[in-house]
Ligand binder design. Structure first.
Ligand SMILES: Nc1ncnc2c1ncn2[C@@H]1O[C@H](COP(=O)(O)OP(=O)(O)OP(=O)(O)O)[C@@H](O)[C@H]1O
Length: 598
């Protein structure tokens, strides 16, 4: 089974394979659902067997109690009433216990499925997460699993009882009258056959519904997350229109699926009505001919309702089942998407602590289904070196940094740290020693202290203060009204872009990496913050290897070495002074920087 990716998406749904195989794979992923199923089935049997006791008691009461040979036998009638009461009590108790078991098992099983899916979302490469719309990812782990839960808890329960009821009702009916039983089956057989077609139609209808739910959540979450940009560009109308369109297309798909489900249900109703009428007519004719007693005919009508009920709800269960299968397919789509940057885990190399050297050996990279954006990069970075990476926009600087931190693997060549291929290093060890500070480091809606602690959860307030001071940011901290307890707001919105990067730098400093990879903020910052950033950068790169994607002249000037990228190639490397003297690409870039800053 291979996941099928939609346009612009790297995650897919499992489309191949039958509904049954999806159902089986889905259940295998949540083993708790099927644990102890035998006991649950036994309870289902009791719950249904109890239901046929009533029709049998009615038949016995009429034929052998009220119409007994020597006049009505009230003692026998009392017996039968008592028996029916016991039957009802058994049904109720067994049904209750069965319900409880199914709910418990399914909740446990679906929690496992949700956790597995969510963990896998984390394991997926940054690339996959980028291309997949976040809302769609969220919907797969939440609402798609909910549809499965609805089905397993309600539909699965009814299905168990219904199948038992259908079998037992058929057996008892056959004992009373094989002719009428045959009639019931002849009436229902076309419906059973039609159900397969309905099932196929419902399946594709519900797949569309699940996709549209994902699309709707994607559109809504994007507009909430990007609310600021929406307001800034006054595109509320257009954004609202996109959401309206997504909601509308979901409504259309859901209505279509509901219409199909309703027509399946109504067909069941019609067949049930016709069957009842046919039983009465044929039953009376058989009765007149002396082939069936009045008690048996009445009991038969009771039994037909037991037979019809599962068929009727069966059509509803079918629609729930299709919805659930569609949900399962989307969740399996996540789990089947390979994590393209794999952690070697326990077998991987654990790097000892200490200064790091880096080597790129003939590294090339192309984004999936795109052209090569990094060509044959062959370069080494010695321990303790501060490297500044510069180049025009789109020249491959960020791609270089992502390969260095193993957010992606090269298409060709290898990246080595301390002589070991990055692919062989355990994630835990790699993340411990190599830290990347992105341009827009994510800040959580909490205090400054809590955000700093992401770098070192056990750090005390004193350690936080020391780190901030060591980076030369003491004066900045003093300027904040609540110091370390200053709330940073959602995504750090209460701070300026430069300040957010200061927090990200201090956070990285606390985690004490051996190789720091930094993407300098491009946004204009005030002169005071500019000085602080330079000071913090100086402090954090002291004693370790650092690679900074430099957008400021001062950073490039202060580096030990400058790497110059041009259209995906490393065209120059060396100290700033040498490169300026050389009069090549860097010299031109440098001249442009100087003229801008005047
Ligand atoms: N996720 C992606 N999918 C496809 N192509 C990408 C992706 N990210 C970057 N690219 C392409 O790769 C090339 C190099 O991009 P990269 O981000 O490395 O450049 P950069 O030098 O860091 O640019 P900037 O200074 O603007 O950040 C560009 O042509 C870009 O369009």
């Amino acid at each position: 089974m291979s996941p099928v990716a939609g346009p612009g998406s790297r995650l897919g749904e499992v489309r191949s394979g039958t509904a049954w195989s999806t159902f089986r794979r889905g259940l295998a992923l949540s083993p708790e659902i099927t644990q102890g199923l035998r006991v649950t089935l036994l309870l289902a049997l009791f719950a249904t067997a109890g239901r046929v006791v009533v029709p049998i008691a009615v038949q016995q009461t009429i034929d052998d109690g009220l119409n007994a040979g020597g006049g009505p036998d009230l003692g026998y009638v009392r017996w039968m009433v008592g028996l029916a009461a016991v039957g009802v009590v058994i049904t109720v108790i067994a049904a209750y216990l069965m319900n409880r078991r199914i709910f418990r098992a399914s909740e446990a099983g679906l929690a496992t499925l949700r956790t597995k899916a969510f963990r896998h979302v984390h394991d997926l490469s940054v690339l996959t997460q980028d291309t997949e719309r976040r809302g769609s990812l969220v919907s797969r782990v939440t609402s798609d699993v909910d549809t499965i839960s609805q089905f397993v808890q309600w539909g699965g329960l009814i299905m168990l009882v219904s199948i038992g009821q259908l079998i037992i009702a058929t057996i008892v009916m056959a004992v009373y009258s094989w002719q009428l039983t045959l009639l019931v089956w002849v009436c229902f057989l076309p419906l059973f056959l039609a159900l397969r077609t309905f099932q196929r139609m419902l399946s594709s209808a519900y797949m569309v519904v699940r996709e549209r739910v994902g699309g709707m959540l994607g559109a809504i979450s994007e507009s909430v997350v990007g609310a600021q940009a929406v307001r800034a560009y006054a595109v509320e109308g257009r954004t609202q229109q996109r959401i309206d369109d997504a909601v509308e297309s979901h409504r259309v798909a859901a209505s279509r699926a509901q219409r199909l489900a309703a027509s399946a249900f109504s067909t069941g109703e019609v067949v049930a009505g016709l069957t009842n009428a046919a039983i009465v007519v044929v039953g009376v004719l058989l009765g007149v001919a002396g082939d069936i007693t009045i008690g048996k005919l009445i009991a038969f009508l009771f039994l037909v309702t037991l037979f019809v009920a599962p068929v009727q709800v069966g059509t509803e269960v079918l629609s729930e089942a299709q919805n659930a299968i569609a949900g399962w397919r989307r969740v399996l789509g996540i789990l089947d998407t390979p994590a393209d940057v794999a952690d070697p885990g326990e077998d991987g190399v654990r790097l000892p602590r200490g200064p790091i050297d880096v080597r790129f050996e003939c590294v090339s990279y192309a984004y999936p289904s795109g052209p090569t954006v990094l060509h044959d990069v062959d370069v080494a970075i010695a321990r303790h070196t501060r490297v500044a990476v510069v180049g025009e926009t789109g020249s491959g600087k960020t791609t270089f940094a992502k390969l260095l931190t193993r957010l992606m693997d090269p298409v060709q060549g290898k990246v080595m740290i301390d002589g070991t291929d990055l692919r062989d290093v355990r994630f835990a060890s790699l993340r411990d020693r190599v830290v990347m500070v992105p341009q827009e480091g994510f800040l959580f809606d909490d205090t400054l202290a809590a955000n700093l602690r992401y770098g070192k959860p056990e750090a005390s307030d004193e350690e936080l203060l020391l780190a901030v001071t060591e980076l030369g940011l003491g004066d900045w901290l003093d300027s904040l009204a609540y110091g370390l307890e200053t709330p940073v707001g959602q995504r750090g919105e209460s701070l300026s872009a430069g300040e957010r990067q200061l927090v990200a730098l201090a956070r990285a400093y606390l985690s004490d990496p051996d190789l720091l990879v930094l993407d300098e903020a491009t946004s204009a910052v005030d002169p005071a913050t500019e000085v602080r950033l330079a000071r913090a950068l100086e402090g954090i790169s002291r004693g370790r290897t650092s690679v900074t994607i430099a957008h400021r002249l001062s950073t490039a000037e202060a580096a030990d070495e400058v790497f110059v990228f041009d259209r995906g190639r490393l065209v120059e490397s060396g100290p700033h002074v040498e490169l300026v003297e050389k009069g090549g690409v860097y010299a031109a870039l440098h001249a442009a920087w100087i003229s801008q800053s005047r």
